[in-house]
Design a protein around this ligand. Structure first.
Ligand code: TPP
Ligand code: MG
Length: 657
């Protein structure tokens, strides 16, 4: 068996050669952390490259995603089907699964997409939460794994780290172990330029266990890992390393962080490391050593499968991981709403829907960033998920919107649980990059964003979303729903639960009248837009509204019809979903804007930018393109001209032209 150092040098060689071939990438981090990663992957990590999606595998997150060559090398060397050596040769080239930063949708073994610093670690917190929850639910026989993270100085400097580490400390996630690449270098140079805090003491203060080691001595790293495993707290292993270790003239400097080392330096590094093989050639002894290490957990995996087969909860367990939760709850629940229509805020409608959902779907885990009573995210039977009871199904995330959203992503990616969590829509900006990352990764997390307009009233412009709806709709692969009443809210929940990727539910603070009073043959909200009321005569106007403004549009439609103007009322809870419908459906609901015989009018209490898509430039768009104001909701709607009285004459004037 080759020494740990020789195994580690294979990582170093692949990292410098791949970056050299691409003339792009980050060799420093993989070269500095090669020994620590070797210790982890050859002695501690529980995984089986032949069964990369084994649910009880340890999760490994390379939070310092720029060091992507580290994980590509580890996956290749331990025997995953991909990346192949050719994939690595094509590092960073279009079509190679070895993308610039690790993408969960390109390679098995990449548990989450990383690169935005700090978020990998925060997602790992979510994975560790999911593990403990499922362990509490199914027991040690079926759920018993750890979450490992390699994080850099950058990950620990980011604000989200404070949120994630605080959450992990409070939840006592002892199975979360972070290896910190303490190389005291970032892009701009020494960390002294920008950081002088005691990172270890900060962790200790947050309830973490901290252990220090020579990060370039695999044996010492391994001992530190043993200590971390034995400690009941989340652990930070401070690995003292040298960035770019092995590159004789550049190591220890930021020159190795994010650029090819150059042919001359690589030649010197090969000498320094005693690595005589050509680029992309792994000598047999090293290849064999790594392969054998990769098979370490094969027996544990087989034993686990035997236990699963023998378990009387096998189908229940598998149901948690496979497919989508069923929506049997929806039809009877909507029938109940239709039988007893109530005027209420959609946040309240959401709570009622959740009562039905949480009773029917055991995998949901709710939560809020300290706005439980406002977001209406907690249902009666949900107990807190905390250090004393990981089996609970409600997380008090504290005032940590970004940390919450990233943890939700981690839970969703871990599988077995369906996370939803709330905050005010205006604070979606605080967690925006995690929502974006949810979309990129197709992580099915559900973001419950209440207080979705000036309709929240007195809290004023800091709390009133304006651009948020449109700006969330810009994120690819993100479903944004803004229901108008209790029935639509239930439908949007069902659609969100069925979505492959993440969803945002934008919900009102203020009460809304029931708009849907008849049973439908399908989930109309899942269509994105539908005709709520058809024109009685010839269609001259199409009123398009979302959420709380559907009520206003309905009044306008009624009054226009009273004056002999034919109006279609279109409720559009999700423009994005509407855009995905087939052409015939879209043409039926909203004929092409080149048809100027029909006036299209949009009403949404937010930015009007973008509504031209549905109204055409010749249509009318009612919304708010400045900031809101403090006041009663009703007064504000009047002040901003979002009432039937204000809008109706403008439509009449336009029709008269
Ligand atoms: C949120 C975020 N901000 C900035 C960057 C750009 N960036 C990538 S790596 C890096 C420096 C990170 O330093 P460190 O974690 O110490 O990595 P090392 O240089 O030691 O490899 C920066 C600023 C990023 N990827 N994510
Ligand atoms: Mg660093």
């Amino acid at each position: 068996m080759p020494t740990q150092r020789r195994l580690a040098n294979a990582i170093r060689a692949l990292a410098m050669d791949a970056v050299e071939a691409a003339n792009s990438g980050h060799p420093g981090m993989p070269m500095g952390m090669a020994d620590a990663a070797t210790a982890l992957f050859t002695r501690h990590l529980k995984h089986d490259p032949a069964h990369p999606n084994w649910p009880d595998r340890d999760r490994f997150v390379l939070s310092a995603g720029h060091g992507s060559m580290l994980i590509y090398a580890l996956l290749h060397l331990t025997g995953y089907a991909r990346p192949t050596i050719d994939d690595i040769r094509n590092f960073r080239q279009l079509g190679s699964p070895c993308a610039g930063h690790p993408e969960n949708f390109l390679l098995d073994g990449v548990e989450c997409t990383t690169g935005p610093l700090g978020q990998g670690l925060a997602m790992a917190v979510g994975m560790a939460i999911a593990e403990r929850h499922l362990n509490a639910t199914f027991g040690d026989d079926l759920v018993d794994h750890r979450t490992w993270v390699i994080a850099g100085d950058g990950c620990l400097m980011e604000g989200i780290h404070h949120e994630a580490a605080g959450l992990a400390g409070n939840l006592k996630l002892g199975r979360l172990i972070v290896l910190w690449d303490d190389n005291r270098i970032t892009i701009d140079g020494s960390t002294d330029l920008s950081r002088n805090e005691d990172v270890a003491a900060r962790h200790a203060a947050m309830g973490w266990h901290v252990v220090e080691c020579d990060g370039m001595d695999a044996g010492k790293v391994s001992k530190a890992i043993d200590e971390a495993v034995a400690d009941p707290r989340p652990s930070l292993i401070r690995c003292k390393t040298i960035i770019g270790y092995g590159a004789p003239t550049k190591q220890g400097t930021s020159a190795t962080h994010g650029a090819a080392l150059g042919a001359d330096e690589i030649l010197l590094a090969r000498k320094e490391l005693g690595w005589s093989d050509e680029a992309f050639v792994i000598p047999d002894d090293v290849a064999t050593g790594w392969r054998e290490a990769g098979q370490r957990s094969a027996k544990a995996r087989a034993d686990w499968h035997r236990r699963l087969d023998a378990s009387d909860r096998k189908s229940e367990y598998l149901a948690r991981f496979d497919g989508k939760p069923d929506d049997a709850w929806l039809a009877p629940y909507i029938a109940k709403l239709l039988a007893d229509p109530l005027k209420m805020a959609t946040r309240k409608s959401s709570e009622l829907a959740l009562e039905a959902i949480n009773a029917a779907i055991p995998s949901t885990i709710g939560g809020s960033a300290d706005l439980t009573g406002s977001n209406n995210t907690k249902t009666k039977s949900q107990l807190p998920l905390d250090a004393a009871n990981y089996g609970g199904r409600y997380i008090y995330y504290g005032i940590r919107e970004f940390g919450m959203a990233a943890a939700m992503n981690g839970m969703a990616l871990h599988g077995g649980v369906v996370p939803y969590g709330g905050t005010f829509l205006v604070f979606s900006d605080y967690c925006r990059n995690a929502i974006r990352l949810a979309a990129l990764q197709e992580a099915p997390a559900i973001f419950v964003m209440t207080h979705d307009s000036i309709g929240l009233g007195e809290d004023g412009p800091t709390h009133q979303p304006i651009e948020h709806l449109q700006s969330l709709r810009l994120i690819p692969q993100l479903a944004v729903y803004r229901p108008c009443d209790a029935v639509e809210t239930a439908e949007c929940w069902a659609a969100a639960l069925a979505d492959k990727g993440p969803s945002v539910l934008a919900l009102s603070r203020q009460n809304l009248a029931p708009m849907r009073t008849e049973a439908a043959s399908e989930n109309l909200s899942a269509r994105g837009a539908y005709r709520l009321k058809a024109a009685s005569g010839q269609r001259q106007v199409i009123l398009i509204a979302t959420g709380s403004e559907v009520e206003i549009a309905a009044e306008i439609a009624e009054r226009l019809e009273g004056q002999g103007v034919g109006v279609d009322l279109v409720s559009m809870p999700s423009p994005g979903r509407f855009d995905e419908q087939d052409a015939a459906y879209r043409e039926d609901i909203l004929p092409d804007v080149s048809n100027k015989q029909i006036l299209r009018v949009s009403i949404e209490a937010g930015s009007t930018i973008g509504w031209e898509r549905y109204t055409g430039l010749h249509g009318l768009r009612f919304g708010i393109d400045g900031f809101g104001a403090s006041g009663k909701a009703e007064t504000l709607y009047k002040h901003f001209g979002l009432t039937a009285d204000a809008i109706l004459p403008q439509i009449m004037e336009k029709l008269g032209q």
